[in-house]
Unconditional design. Structure first.
Length: 541
């Protein structure tokens, strides 16, 4: 619990936690249990983070909910049962509300409060956070649990403000019901958010026009009850299942395939592929086919070709099928999507695909969207245009001013620099949950979030016991971590795609593979080793 406002008018706490999503909630719980006072600061009016904001039709998780759940309390695991293999946004939000109630977390959170700036004071060795409402916050430790996909990308399309109809952002969907019945609707974008919402919007709208710049790979979710084999595997030994996930590459306990593509016949490869297709699971398709699928272009092309066949098998119009077929990036180098009836939607008479590679958007007008070759008048535009990912929510706090007054924006001018994706040299006592340079979005986020929350809380407790009050990464350690990240990213194919993983989706953003590509298990081992070797790479005072 935080102290009331002090003489300076600031509210004092040991730790300020920005964000009340999966990360912020677990962190608040752990800090409280450790006897540290904490205050949560959240822009939204309730808990949930991603699942509070992304209320668009069809929003679901794409990691099976058996894996996409908290694992830190066995009693909590027993107290909640998911209704589906991939739960809907309302169910995940209910789960987070249930957790907040069960552990009485809301009382430590200031909702409707955005942190707008943060300044380190060398004299007091504290951070002072400026907030959009209420008292500023003075804290010893400042943790950005602010999300990797929480800052929607502003639409950079000319004329956006001229449109007179309804405007929606998938990442800021209204809380009130939205009804497209009888309306002409445009969706801009064909990433995961669009691919989930398009089939449902098409069922309601009089006409739906999808504006696609880059087609994505998408697999059928085959949603329904959790698969029996997965439930059995989990129930047989819950702690072992969770531990295996923690030491896996992607945070899901499936050992990757070890045969190489060239060791398999065409028939064997097809058999494995069809099995993965039927499984309706991204992690299965990304890791279970052959060992070279994620690291070698030829091994990857074999998967990608089979996936491309599937588009042609469903979409009747050959020109539309070709436009929907991804050809510009290896499978998995960009986040693939999980869909329910996505491709079949393009066989509906009320759906049109506009291929922006052939006819780019020129502008948005008062009545619709103008491309190089036509104007499409609509009543509503849905921007499914994504996020300023991984760094957007951090740099939106401006300035975050560290030692000597240097801001994070300056320190990251050429791209994010971190030590372990957890800390930044020159910014003492600042931590990020799933920050750039950690496995983060390349994993089941639950595993990565819990590992970061545990690591940070354990470090704060150890520091308190040893009488330290500040912790800061050294420049040497940070430089070394950057080099290691770059080396790892040369092994996978992520560098071959223009994606939000690399910053390429935001005009002007420095580019480079932002998440750590070495896997969550190896990463966990490194974080543990840092501790075992006396906080290697950190200066403690
Ligand atoms: P968030 O849930 O993003 O919460 C961060 C919170 O911080 C937000 O509520 C935000 O309002 C708040 N905040 C940010 N800046 C400030 C500020 N300056 N002041 C105050 N508050 C602030 N991951 C998976 O592993 N599996 C999935 O299936 C999956 N599905 C996803 C589906 C969607 C639609 C999206 C967008 C993402 C999905 N993700 C998935 C990633 C998802 O973001 C994480 O799994 C997880 O929910 C992140 O939790 P978090 O607490 O770290 O961040
Ligand atoms: O965003 P995206 P998202 N003009 O960046 C297009 C997670 N998630 O919200 O590719 C025209 O993927 C852009 O085109 P291009 C998941 O990790 C998970 O869909 O840049 N088009 C692209 O098609 C996911 O990866 C789920 O050429 C423009 C789209 O908009 C991440 O969140 C569901 C444009 C943006 O796609 C982000 O997904 C939802 C412009 N000016 C999200 N600007 C699950 O299923 C952008 N685009 C669990």
């Amino acid at each position: 619990m935080a102290n009331a406002a002090g003489a300076s008018g600031a509210q004092h706490a040991d730790v300020a936690v920005v964000g009340a999503g999966f990360a912020g909630l677990y962190l608040l719980h752990r800090l409280r249990k450790a006897g540290l006072s904490a205050i949560g600061l959240e822009s939204g009016n309730d808990v949930g983070g991603t699942w509070y904001w992304n209320r668009y039709p069809g929003a679901r998780c794409d990691i099976q909910t058996s894996d996409y759940s908290y694992t830190w309390d066995p009693e909590l695991e027993k107290a909640w049962t998911w209704s589906e293999k991939y739960a809907t946004q309302p169910e995940i939000l209910r789960y987070l509300g249930f957790v907040a109630d069960r552990y009485d977390l809301r009382r430590d959170i200031r909702f409707g409060t955005t942190v707008s700036a943060a300044t380190w004071d060398d004299g007091t060795q504290r951070w002072l956070l400026t907030t959009s409402s209420g008292a500023p916050v003075s804290c010893r430790y400042y943790v950005m649990a602010s999300g990797c996909l929480s800052a929607p990308k502003p639409p950079e399309i000319e004329g956006f403000k001229d449109f007179k109809g309804e405007v929606y952002f998938t990442g800021r969907w209204p809380h009130e019901p939205v009804d497209f019945t009888g309306k002409r609707v445009a969706v801009i974008g064909t990433g995961s958010s669009a691919i989930q919402s398009i089939p449902l919007i098409a069922q309601q709208a009089a006409h739906l026009t999808v504006f696609q710049r880059t087609p994505n790979f998408a697999l059928p979710a085959h949603n329904g009850p959790s698969p029996a084999d997965r439930v059995e595997m989990l129930q047989k030994d819950v702690p072992a299942f969770r531990e295996q996930a923690r030491w896996s590459m992607a945070g899901v306990p499936l050992p990757p395939a070890t045969d190489f593509s060239w060791q398999l016949s065409d028939a064997e490869r097809r058999e494995r592929f069809e099995k993965a297709w039927a499984a309706g699971d991204l992690v299965v398709m990304l890791t279970q086919l052959w060992a070279d699928q994620a690291v070698d272009v030829d091994g990857n092309t074999l998967v990608a070709d089979l996936l491309r066949e599937k588009v042609r098998a469903v979409v009747k119009d050959p020109e539309t099928a070709e436009a929907l077929t991804p050809r510009d990036h290896p499978f998995g180098s960009k986040r693939p999507c999980l869909d329910t009836g996505y491709y079949a939607t393009y066989n509906r008479p009320n759906v049109t695909l506009v291929n922006l590679r052939r006819e780019p958007i020129k502008s948005i007008t008062a009545s619709g969207i103008r491309t190089d070759s036509r104007t499409v008048d609509v009543d509503a535009i849905v921007f499914a245009t994504g996020f300023d990912a991984m760094t957007g929510a951090i740099t939106a706090v401006h300035p975050i001013s560290g030692r000597g007054g240097k801001s994070i924006a300056e320190a990251w001018e050429h791209g994010p620099q971190t030590y372990l994706g957890l800390t930044v040299a020159g910014f003492p006592n600042l931590f990020m949950i799933t920050g750039p340079g950690s496995p983060s979005v390349l994993s089941n986020m639950m595993v990565s979030i819990e590992q970061h929350v545990d690591w940070i809380t354990d470090r704060l407790v150890a520091m308190r016991e040893a009488g330290f009050t500040t912790i800061e990464a050294t420049d040497t350690a940070q430089d070394g971590w950057q080099r290691h990240n770059a080396d790892c990213s040369m092994i996978t194919l992520h560098r071959l795609a223009n994606t939000w993983y690399t910053g390429a989706n935001v005009p002007g953003k420095p580019q480079g593979v932002m998440p750590y590509t070495g896997g969550v298990g190896p990463y966990r081992g490194i974080c543990n080793e840092v501790v075992e070797r006396g906080m290697l790479g950190f200066r403690l005072t």
